[in-house]
Design a protein around this ligand. Sequence first.
Ligand code: GLN
Length: 536
Amino acid sequence: MKYVFVTGGVLSSIGKGVTTASLALLFKSMGYNVTVIKIDPYLNVDAGTMNPYAHGEVFVTEDGGETDLDLGHYERFLNINLSRRNNITAGQIYYSVIMKERKGEYLGETVQVIPHVTNEIKQRIREVGKENGADIVFVEIGGTVGDIEGLPFLEASRQMKLEEGSDNVAFVHVALVPTLRTTGEQKTKPVQHSVQELRRIGIQPDLIVARCEKPLSIEAKQKIALYSNVPPEAVISNHDVSNIYEIPIILREQQAHRILAEKLKLDYREPDLAKWEEFLEKIRRASMEVKIAMIGKYTRLHDSYLSIVEALKHAGAYVGVKPSLVWLESTDIEAGTVDVEKVLINIDGALILPGFGKRGAEGKIKAIRYLRERNIPTLGICFGFQLMAVEFARNILGLTNANSTELDPSTPHPVIDLLPSQKEVNQVGGTMRLGAKYIKLFKDRRVYNIYGAEIVAERHRHRYGLNKKYIDLFESSGFLVSGVSLDEEVVEFMELKDHRFFIGTQAHPEFKSRPLAPSPIYVEFIKEASKSNKVR
Ligand code: GLN
């Protein structure tokens, strides 16, 4: 097994995840079996307990892991399912070491970062590689070189090179090369410093990926090469592009995969990216803009809804149109500083985004009413679906003050309520209804036709759901249940009769949407939204 460690320098959030996913895709396209691990040096056991403003969306894996959003990039680029085990946090490592200490597994020893913590890290990385039958394990180390909490992970990767042999471990360093606005010059000093910091820890990078606005100049490349002790061709320009899915092509053009293959003594094969390029061609060709309102509460950081944004891109490429997103902050609607009608009047479709808690919910409900009454295509995801039900209950079923008990525990009409299986839960971390669940779709409903299957599996992350006592009432007014979970606990899809597209789902179909396999429900939504111009 070969290992490629990807470290970051200068700044975080510069696209290390996309770079890692792109390199992994090149090797997958060469016929190698790859898997990718994301390491997050924070002490949370998983990303599930963090606010989206801290690290962006919480990505949910098939097996119910609440993980870092980079796993979403890996799954989308590689078109594979990963497990919760592909996201290692410092919290998990320390938890496990401390449990072992209590069990007496280190009896007599002083338990320390080196070797106990580093051994635990190395063991986890090797296990995940084995579990996946990987030829190459890509390991992205979160944060930037020099962070105190990242040190044990860097140290573990250094040791792995020693233990696995120099031919079996490669290091990629992704760092920012800023451009000075006044002179237009690309400054390499920050990269030089972060590489120095790496080498001080004992890691010599084999490949440097420079994140920059414009393609890296020859001078900058040579300077970085000299100071980093690598040949100039091992300094790769990863400049800004309009579409992240172009990155594998940019890296391939500069032969990043060939340099790594040589370093790792792997047979070189030409990467077969034919399908990928077909997808890119579709995105490039799509010219008609389809305006989608994105209505949510964490809209000031678009990464909060990353998988949804990507699912819309996949669907757009498939349909042949270009989704153009109009962000609408639900707390602003609620405060009355944004006029729903003014923003939504020219919209082609709207997404009611997932979320938690009271703040902004009434703003969403107001928008939903407008969208329903004006017959504008509307897709509600999870919390978005729940609020579609609340709006319908209040304004069509006449249930005054209907609500979700998450928002108003004493509502007279709890149309959304805590799931029965959640009633006994008293710990917060990792206890929601999580991961892929089978859904039974009803044959006479539109959602069944959209999926073209009776049983589908979508991923979940919630505690509340439609209160089944109200199903008959909803159905008698045309808001129909189109699918339920196989165990019948949860109403999974609802669709409004005689509306162009008013569909809500308790699931998160965006987590399974891929460039090469777009989500059916998102595709149908975009198809319908792209007709709005004609309908208006
Ligand atoms: N807050 C809602 C629940 O827990 C919805 C969660 C979500 O949108 N992911 O059921």
